[in-house]
Design a protein around this ligand. Sequence first.
Ligand code: KIV
Length: 273
Amino acid sequence: MTLGAPAIRARKRRHGDAPLVMVTAYDEPGARYVAAAGIDMILVGDSLANVVLGQENTLHVTIDDMCHHVRAVAAAKPDAHIVADMPWLSYHVDLGDSVRNAAALVRSGANSVKLEGGRVRREVVRALLDAEIPVMGHLGLTPQSVMMFGGFKVQAKTHEAAKLLMEDAQLLQELGVFALVLEGVPSVVGKRVTDALEIPTIGIGAGPDTDGQVLVFHDLLGLGNRAPAKFVRQYADLGSQITAAIGRFAQDVRSGSFPDESEAYANPEGLFD
Ligand code: KIV
């Protein structure tokens, strides 16, 4: 049964609940495979920019791009909660536009939206919740801040930075987010935040103590175009399997062994008499 935001909000490992599992997907086949594996949540991430569209960072996707891919994921009718990322600039300028953008993701098939940032995003989080749209938070190495961070760098490495992150996490919980992604922070920060919050934390490069884990589909399956980050565990090497399979097809076409009779339609008798 697909979990709603309140059911996810109630999941904490310290209550004896099983860890939450979230995997990204960007299209119908991806969503189908991921859901068949029995995960809890599908994230239509703005990592779309990196892993599907070949861009350097997530600043290159728009709300229209995200809606397009959320529709494709929802078309799989996955038995999993669909979280849609709000892309850069879709919630930074105007509160009314932010609510309309989140609503567009919901109308495309999302069950909730995710946005990056803490105290600076308090008004927009309030506005989305006032519009009855469940919000997942995202703190730490938030990829939409890559230019401000000066690169993809582990965050919360000093006492002061870790304190600010913990305050942001508390604030997001008070505002009413139903779960919090923690990305690219030392394990001890992942643990401290998880221990301090009532809502579940979902880690990616945040150590083993969060209430759940998320990985990007292409990283997990060996479909990426660069060496995976330290926190990735790669469970398959589908990239080389795809290349090998297509290589065999090319060989069969060139040798004339494809298609054979069993792969062609029967000839109606007397067709050219
Ligand atoms: O876009 C994405 O894939 C994400 C995850 C890295 C959490 O936000």
